[in-house]
Design a protein around this ligand. Sequence first.
Ligand SMILES: Nc1ncnc2c1ncn2[C@@H]1O[C@H](COP(=O)(O)OP(=O)(O)OP(=O)(O)O)[C@@H](O)[C@H]1O
Ligand SMILES: [Mg+2]
Length: 295
Amino acid sequence: MPPIVSVRNAVKNYNLGKVVVPALRDVTLDVEAGAFLSIAGPSGSGKTTLLNLIGCVDTPTSGAVVVDGQDTSKLSERALTSLRLNTIGFIFQSFNLVSVLTVFQNIELPLLLQRKLSSAERKQRIQGLLDQVGIGSYAKHRPTELSGGQRQRVAVARALVTRPKLVLADEPTANLDSVTGQNIIDLMKELNRSEGTTFIFSTHDANVMKHANAVVRLADGKFVDRVTAAQAIGSHEVRAGSPVDPTRPAQSRVKEGQAGSPVDPTRPAQTRVKEGQAGSPVDPAHPAQSRVKEG
Ligand SMILES: Nc1ncnc2c1ncn2[C@@H]1O[C@H](COP(=O)(O)OP(=O)(O)OP(=O)(O)O)[C@@H](O)[C@H]1O
Ligand SMILES: [Mg+2]
């Protein structure tokens, strides 16, 4: 069976005026259908950038990204939107909820765009998911009235509501307490097992990573290696018991999510400005000399 995701020699450079930030340097990666794959690496190593390329939220500077058999560089805008809407569910690190819509409406948006379910079917599916992620009584709230962890759960529900075959999750438990985080992981694992949904998620948390059936490690935008969860957790890359990246305060991530309210829930506004990273490509919690050398 061909891989559901195939990334070929992907390079991503961000142009900031005179400065070019190399976010991904020649990354090649295949992900088989049904995988429960974790992307690991220090802050700034390119995890979000890689997920954005796979999720067709961003395009590589060079190289190719093939998703579900389709070379994304060859797709029209319409075809890309369809791929994002019907095949991919994306849990963004910054949530990307629409602040003027209620929790229910945020989750309903992709279903409305899909036009597959009746109003009653949508309601039933959304309420079921809200209960599963533990915010069943918040349907009528707006994102600004929720805590960071509650917003994250709305983002999880919105990504899963269309029952996509590929779910990309950028630190899906980063703002959650350990019990809620475990519930989200349990839900992901259950979908992986029962529906064969492929999950690719980034995380810094050993308690999340331990569930992965493989871990791809990045450093400085480069593919380092692909190891087992036990190997990744045994190394310096992951700090067990620290669900939140200490190099990126949770508060600032939550604020990020409020900037720019995209109309298309499958595609956030390109307003993401990385905080606390531009001048610090090296994770202070993980000095360069202890990183795994390539080759
Ligand atoms: N929109 C952007 N504009 C400019 N530079 C960017 C942008 N997005 C990411 N970068 C840079 O690309 C590099 C990789 O960033 P990325 O967000 O992919 O890292 P990450 O591994 O997800 O980090 P974290 O663990 O903090 O979420 C960093 O050096 C970052 O500063
Ligand atoms: Mg990130």
